[in-house]
Design a binder for this molecule. Structure first.
Ligand SMILES: Nc1ncnc2c1ncn2[C@@H]1O[C@H](COP(=O)(O)OP(=O)(O)OP(=O)(O)O)[C@@H](O)[C@H]1O
Ligand SMILES: [Mg+2]
Length: 288
């Protein structure tokens, strides 16, 4: 098997008395959708913040197979992580509310721009070229995500579900190799969640982008993920296919209390493949 795209080894981070991530190790293979699940406060977003270098681990490291070869993310500043082809969306949408959809996307497209400020001021041919390229990329993403209708609207006036897609678009504009999605379905209705599942599958199959996702909605998780890592209180509980992880007694217990309590909640006719009741919407979006 080829080297993983991302490899976390013995990651830990402590905030005062809280060990938010405790000796977590996992590998994400190129081309897969790998999902982190776990109850509120499990440490999932903290893992994303360690990868994006918002936080520095207390111990452990993250290696990444970058465009120019292997690199250790934990030794790099945050802006270089974006430059290495890692983009993310946030649990709470992070967009410029008073700019249009197109402008928000263009900001994403300019992530790799390397011109100097005086070149921008003089609008040199090189800058013009970069601007054209950014616009082309933004238009491609608008078409890919079906955002034509909202292209010139201010983000502030858009429904929540559309803003969620715009945030996804801003991340795609950076042309990432690895896309981190923190709760892509939180706050979405059933139909929008369904659309989100299609976008994630298209991102993976059509654009060839590897996806690392945090998600509470187990039906979405089962639909799009190749592998799932379950966490609780900063630690790894289980790793496997969505079905394997959902039926893991430790995972069930972390979500719902004792395994016996869960057994009494199951409907007698429930199929063994069905998502475990309660491994999901009740937990969803609690931190928004
Ligand atoms: N900057 C910080 N300072 C102090 N504590 C933090 C910080 N960031 C995270 N934590 C703590 O680390 C733990 C894990 O938080 P994290 O946000 O990673 O959870 P999560 O699994 O993403 O939960 P949720 O599903 O609710 O989003 C929590 O106890 C949280 O309060
Ligand atoms: Mg979180």
């Amino acid at each position: 098997m080829s080297a993983p795209l991302l490899q976390a080894q013995g990651l830990s981070v402590r905030f005062g008395g809280v060990l938010a991530v405790n000796e977590v190790s996992f590998e994400v293979q190129a081309g897969e959708v790998f999902t982190l699940i776990g109850p509120n406060g499990a440490g999932k977003t903290t893992v994303f913040n360690l990868i994006s270098r918002i936080y520095t681990p207390t111990s452990g490291s993250i290696s990444y197979s970058g465009p120019q070869g292997p690199m250790t993310l934990t030794d790099m500043p945050a802006h270089q992580v974006a430059g290495a082809g890692i983009a993310r969306t946030f649990q709470n949408i992070e967009l410029f509310e008073h700019a249009s959809v197109l402008h928000n996307l263009l900001i994403g497209c300019h992530t790799h721009r390397q011109s100097k400020p005086w070149h921008d001021l003089l609008f040199t041919p090189r800058v013009r070229q970069a601007e054209l390229r950014a616009r082309e990329q933004a238009e491609k993403v608008i078409e890919f995500l079906d955002l034509q209708h909202h292209r010139d609207s201010l983000v502030a006036g858009l429904p929540y579900g559309v803003r969620k897609v715009v945030e996804l678009g801003r991340a795609l504009c950076t042309e990432p190799r690895l896309l981190l999605l923190d709760e892509p379905s939180s706050g979405l209705n059933v139909e929008e969640t369904d659309d989100m599942a299609f976008w994630i599958q298209d991102i993976r199959h059509e654009l060839g982008i590897t996806v690392l996702m945090v998600e509470h909605d187990m039906s979405l998780v089962s639909r799009v993920s190749d592998r799932v890592l379950a966490m609780n209180q900063g630690q790894v509980l289980a790793l496997g296919t969505p079905a394997q992880v959902q039926s893991d007694p430790g995972v069930i217990e972390a979500y719902l209390g004792s395994v016996d309590d869960v057994a009494s909640l199951r409907r007698p006719q429930a199929s063994p493949q069905a998502p475990t009741p309660g491994l999901a919407p009740a937990q969803k979006g609690a931190q928004r």
